[in-house]
Design a protein around this ligand. Sequence first.
Ligand code: FES
Ligand code: FES
Length: 160
Amino acid sequence: MTQFIEIVLQVNGRSFPARVEPRTTLADAVRDACGQTGTHVGCEHGVCGACTVLVEGEPVRGCLMLAVQAAGKPVRTVEGLAIDGKLSDLQEAFMSTFAIQCGYCTPGFLMLASGLLEAKPDATREEIADVLSSNICRCTGYTSIVDAVVKVAAARKEAR
Ligand code: FES
Ligand code: FES
């Protein structure tokens, strides 16, 4: 008989009561129980990074973390980047540098980059490229994605 556990997920500042199985991944719970379908699921075994979200500010693979492990912890997904309908600087930069083609990988890259720039605002291009290499994009060739993140890092530095 399937066992269910009642948890509360804190996603983008909102509380979502969820009834999950012990094996339910955070990525599935965010999509199915919280309706935040911007988080994508690709490989489901930690390779592609499409499912990347921030948990307590740290980028994690949502397909490798169980929903029960994230209960009560602040989770941020791509839906949390825009404020009052205004895209974040990273989202704008992805568009202006053509870092999006099919867009399937994009939410994961945006959350990975968000976590990186919060933890290391002065990251160099090489460091940014190194971190972003953990996620897979089949369309863009990566350079434009690195360009977008470097552009935001520079703009934020300028504004400090
Ligand atoms: S779906 Fe999680 S890493 Fe690919
Ligand atoms: S834009 Fe298509 S996989 Fe990255």
